[in-house]
Design a protein around this ligand. Structure first.
Ligand code: ZN
Length: 445
């Protein structure tokens, strides 16, 4: 297809060039030069930039400028393209102040004038502050050949001894070792634990789609991130926390979508839960809640909520965190996000759209950047409460480990974002009968 496209372009050049010779006043232009970034990524205190530009009217090198926050910080000339309209790529690095920046690509000095053709947000490496005890105990994880994420217990030559999702020990000689991650993203539920069920959408699948998008977006900013599960298998809560502990992240974000509320509300019933006694977890939750509700403000639905909406602290009667994600992650700021209610058909319909899945992931990333780079407190909505209810799921009972090696068809089929989103679409198409689901979001013990 690519070769065919070039052939058509060449014909277009000839067709347009011919009349230009007899009627020069019309001008030879086939169009303005075009360009876009391929990558804008923080690397330490600098920002690495690459892009592709092309000029339909010229086979000359192009002059481009890189702007950071509106200031031109670098000008460069590309290599000569292979011919008229052929793409030519460039790569450079710009030093900048620590923080969030807007990086733009401007094409210089052609007949169309200077034009800014692409802008991206970029961040230098956020300041890292990890509890020394957490750092000291971090051993890294092995991502096995089937994509299963397993905390490393020991290394002997090429052999890794790892903790399986269901809490067994296994020794593997293949896989990808990941030593640290700035962010650990937990896709809630999985396998036999589906989480909340909405019309045409199942929470475990949506959680994974959003979690994968968050990792992709963070990595594209140069911020390392690791999922706790990469496809549809069961992972007890304790194992998820062990994965986070093994990676000593700045923050541990567990992505969920809610079930149960029936009270009509003028605004989304978004809930974000923070960990007891962790001010940075609370601040992250307050910022996350604020960003999520703001993001949903552009959309309408028959919102529902409960009294727990906001950034809240949910305790057991013992006085510690109800959620194992928090309880098993001492020293690591952790939050649990419940963006919308999947049990509400109106909100489930929103989340079946790729646009909303992207929006949620973008919002999580924006909130994390705000958490890193500001000392803002976020929203004050939310409450602290004691709740002894437990779903009885999220534990090790009846847990069956997924295959760790080999080319599991299940792993292959479900490990790509595109296929996940296609699956969500198929589920939506199959859903014919709206139903009420009254269970609250389970499996967060
Ligand atoms: Zn859930």
């Amino acid at each position: 297809m690519h070769r065919l496209g070039l052939a058509i372009l060449c014909l277009a050049v000839m067709a347009a060039a011919a009349p230009a010779r007899t009627a020069p006043a019309i001008g030879p232009w086939l169009g303005a030069p075009r360009g876009s970034f391929d990558l804008v990524r923080g690397v330490g205190d600098a920002i690495e930039v690459s892009g592709t530009v092309r000029d339909p009217d010229s086979a000359s090198a192009l002059d481009v400028a890189i702007l950071v926050d509106g200031e031109r910080v670098q000008r460069l000339t590309t290599d000569r393209p292979g011919g008229f309209g052929e793409p030519v790529s460039f790569t450079t690095t710009v030093a900048t102040d620590p923080g969030l920046h807007r990086v733009c690509l401007r094409l210089l000095g052609d007949s169309f004038g200077h034009r800014t053709v692409d802008c991206r947000d970029a961040t230098t490496a956020p300041p890292r502050s990890v509890d020394p005890a957490v750092e000291a105990n971090a051993t890294g994880v092995l991502v096995t050949p089937t994509g299963v994420v397993a905390p490393v217990l020991g290394v002997d030559g090429n052999d890794y001894t790892v903790l399986t999702p269901c809490g067994a020990e296994a020794t593997l000689s293949e896989g990808t070792f990941v030593e640290r991650a700035r962010v650990v993203i937990d896709a809630g539920h999985g396998g036999s634990e589906s989480g909340a069920v909405g019309v045409g959408i199942t929470e475990k699948n949506l959680n994974l789609v959003v979690a994968e998008l968050v990792v992709e977006k963070l990595e594209s900013l140069g911020i390392s991130a690791q999922l706790t599960r990469t496809w549809d298998y069961r992972v007890p809560i304790k194992t998820r926390a062990d994965i986070a502990a093994a990676l000593a992240p700045d923050i541990f974000v567990s992505v969920h979508h809610n079930g149960g509320a029936r009270r009509a509300s003028v605004r989304p019933g978004t809930e974000v839960f923070y960990a007891e006694g962790m001010p940075e977890s609370e601040r992250a939750a307050r910022i996350m809640y604020e960003e999520m509700v703001d993001a949903l403000d552009d959309y309408s639905a028959n919102w529902v909520s409960t009294v727990n909406e906001g950034a809240s602290l949910r305790l057991r009667e013992e006085g510690d965190d109800l959620y194992g994600i928090h309880r098993y992650s001492p020293g690591i700021p952790s939050i649990i996000t419940e963006f919308v209610y999947l049990s509400n058909p109106s909100e489930a319909a929103l989340m079946r759209q790729v646009e909303l899945q992207e929006l949620e992931a973008d919002t999580i990333v924006s909130a994390l950047l705000r958490w890193w780079w500001t000392d803002e407190d976020g929203s004050s909505r939310g409450r602290q409460f004691v709740d002894s209810s437990s779903s009885g799921t999220g534990g090790f009972d009846g847990c069956a480990d997924p295959p760790l090696v080999g080319n599991s068809p299940l792993a292959r089929r479900e490990s790509t974002l595109a296929l996940q989103q296609a699956e969500l679409g198929r589920q939506a198409a199959r859903a014919l009968t709206p139903a009420l689901f009254l269970a609250t979001d389970p499996a967060v013990d």
